[in-house]
Write a protein that binds this ligand. Structure first.
Ligand code: HSE
Length: 354
């Protein structure tokens, strides 16, 4: 029998990005029996009809009045956001619902029972966790997932990075459709300050962990380490400073990283490509950077660009850094794809044979 999935939040940007993956993978889609939940069933039906997917017309439900139907599913897939999660996850626990909860929102990412979902990095761990009966699977923060996919060959199994610092340039679509509407002048101001012709060096609420840190910045350390070392035997030292920029789609990150060994830039470029089909390494020249290393080059694609790779020569000269050379690089990826929807789509592929 096909497993039943209740999909909550298909109307949003991440939800629609997932639907686009299903449209390209009808075989995966047809392996499940789908029901869709939204606060606005009419708008949901309109959006779904724009995708070339076959639905049972009786499978659309109003989240407010039909929410009891959620518990008939084997899997709840939600891209609705943390408000939904905070409201319905406790309810699921209360009624001892025994299905798999697959979520894009941040609410449960650091829950002790949750596994963060990034199959190219932790696919084996996710399979093991399923076999152990784990039920809570959560997509990580967009910049975290993009960072880890980009640097995968330096991380697993190599463990080559001593520390890294990420300065982000985050697109307005990271804040949802209203962020895009503001930039396109199709809607009211959505950000705390105007985003057109501007940048805003603060994303999300202040963190409770440390004065001056934002929640977005807190996530980089917590979530990256939860993905890399779920049993916490190691720590990757990461700090970040997150900035909203007037770009529609694709988050970029300027990364400074300290490696545990001195390798040439040529070898670093080679290493970054190893077993990492999602990465395009762009030679650090003026011509190549102009041609291939801007957000417009990666929007609506699953590829991540990595360029501007060079040794931080002055910093690396310091006697403190002699054994730990420091490098710069710049990476770009579509945050709605590998940053949000694609890890969930890959996780559903893991669920099919089970
Ligand atoms: N927290 C992210 C942002 C969402 O605000 O950009 C992921 O794109």
């Amino acid at each position: 029998m096909k497993k039943k999935i209740a999909f909550v939040g298909a109307r949003g940007l991440v939800g629609q990005t997932l639907l686009a993956y299903f449209q390209q993978d009808l075989e995966l889609f047809s392996n499940f029996s789908w029901s869709f939940f939204s606060h606005d069933s009419k708008a949901l039906t309109e959006i779904l009809s724009s995708f070339n997917l076959e639905f049972n017309q009786n499978s659309f439900f109003c989240l407010s009045s039909d929410s009891e139907k959620l518990w008939e599913a084997d899997i709840i897939l939600t891209t609705q956001g943390s408000d939904f999660t905070n409201r319905y996850w406790p309810k699921a626990k209360e009624i001892q619902w025994n299905g798999i909860w697959l979520d894009a929102a941040s609410a449960l990412r650091l829950h002790p029972d949750s596994c963060l979902v990034l199959p190219p990095l932790n696919g084996d761990y996710l399979k093991f966790s399923l076999s152990e009966g784990k039920k809570l699977f959560i997509g990580a923060n967009c910049t975290v997932s993009l960072l880890l996919i980009a640097l995968k060959p330096l991380l697993i199994p190599a463990n080559l990075i001593h520390w890294l610092s990420s300065m982000t340039y985050q697109a307005v679509s990271g804040a949802g459709a209203q962020g895009m509407q503001e930039l396109l002048e199709e809607g009211p101001q959505h950000f705390p300050r105007p985003i057109k012709h501007n940048i805003i060096p603060w994303i999300d609420a202040p963190s409770c962990k440390e004065e001056g840190l934002t929640k977005e910045e807190e996530k980089s350390f917590e979530e990256a380490n939860k993905i890399l070392w779920p049993t916490q035997q190691e720590t990757l030292l990461i700090d970040s400073l997150c900035v909203r920029v007037p770009v529609l789609r694709c988050h970029s990150q300027a990364i400074t990283l300290c490696l545990k060994e001195d390798i040439s830039v040529h070898d670093l470029e080679k290493k970054l490509k190893e077993n990492n089909p999602w990465v395009k390494v762009i030679p650090n020249t003026q011509e190549e950077t102009y041609k291939n290393l801007t957000p417009l080059d990666y929007q609506n694609t699953d590829f991540l660009g990595i360029g501007r790779i060079r040794k931080a020569i002055n910093i690396s000269k310091s006697s403190n850094n002699k054994n730990f050379p420091v490098y710069h690089l710049f990476t770009i990826g579509d945050q709605l794809r590998w940053g949000a929807a694609r890890p969930l789509y890959e996780f559903l592929k893991i669920l099919v044979p089970l």
